[in-house]
Design a protein around this ligand. Structure first.
Ligand code: URA
Length: 249
């Protein structure tokens, strides 16, 4: 279910603000009835009309994007920095990123105009593994990494168990490359987790999202998801967790 003004905007009829005006002016009908409230939510089976004309739904599009560092996970930026949609100049649909990667984080980001798909993937109760490779300062002790595996206390609560694998250590440069798999999506979570064990992140990349990888792509590249991948991602996000006991640690 999505807010009526968002659905109208996504159909390309008007901006979100203009859509709100159309609603409050009584020009929008849902299932044959005029709706003037802005909070109303509609689903795919609701019939929405603007000025008596039924909405043409935008065809849903789904992209896997390799976000470079130095790009904002947004559709616009008031400081005029590069945003992810700058990489899709040909796309007419109102696309936006599913969740976000920090400005300085590179890696796999999904881009779509399908709000329901985005909501399913971003919902905290839906747990899709995300694999990150972090270059961190220092060489963490096994027991520090165990803390990440069990869950560390952050200001917004303890993190769920993570999987951690040391890929490389460099004593001369005093840094390590660590793969970490999490399924939560809190703000700057990986950076804050490594801060919590005293090994700040120097560089961060998201390598995998569910079964999707960056294979064959360079930073700034994108490809369309296949219909099967879209279906599989939906199924993965809504599947029951395999081992609920693990989450209670
Ligand atoms: N965790 C972070 O700290 N940053 C990201 O961009 C993604 C996950």
């Amino acid at each position: 279910m999505e807010r009526l003004q968002k659905v109208i905007a996504h159909a390309g009829v008007a901006s979100r603000r203009k859509a709100e005006e159309l609603i409050t002016e009584g020009k929008v009908k849902v299932n044959g009835k005029i709706v003037r409230e802005l909070g109303v939510k509609v689903g795919p089976n609701d019939k929405v009309e603007v000025n008596e004309v039924p909405l043409e739904k935008e065809v849903p599009v789904y992209f896997l994007f390799y976000k470079p560092r130095g790009v904002i996970s947004a559709v616009s930026d008031d400081k005029e920095r590069k945003v992810v949609t700058d990489f899709f100049p040909e796309i007419q649909e109102r696309i936006y990123p599913v969740g976000r990667l920090d400005y300085d984080t590179s890696g796999l980001l999904l881009i779509t105009n399908d709000g329901e798909f985005a909501n399913v993937l971003m919902h905290p109760k839906h747990e899709v593994d995300k694999v990150y490779v972090a270059k961190v300062k220092g060489i963490p002790l096994r027991e520090s990494l165990k803390k990440l595996e069990y869950g560390v206390k952050l200001e917004d609560g303890k993190t769920a168990p993570a999987k951690v694998k040391v890929l490389n250590t460099d004593k001369k440069k005093n840094s390590s490359i660590i793969e970490i798999t999490i399924h939560e999506g809190r703000n700057r979570q990986v950076r804050r987790m490594f801060d919590a064990i005293g090994h700040p992140v120097i560089k961060l990349k998201r390598e995998r999202y569910g079964f999707l990888t960056l294979q064959g792509l360079s930073p700034g590249d994108s490809r369309e998801l296949t219909p099967h991948e879209v279906k599989q991602m939906r199924a993965l996000a809504t599947a029951e967790p395999k081992d609920k006991s693990k989450k209670r640690r």
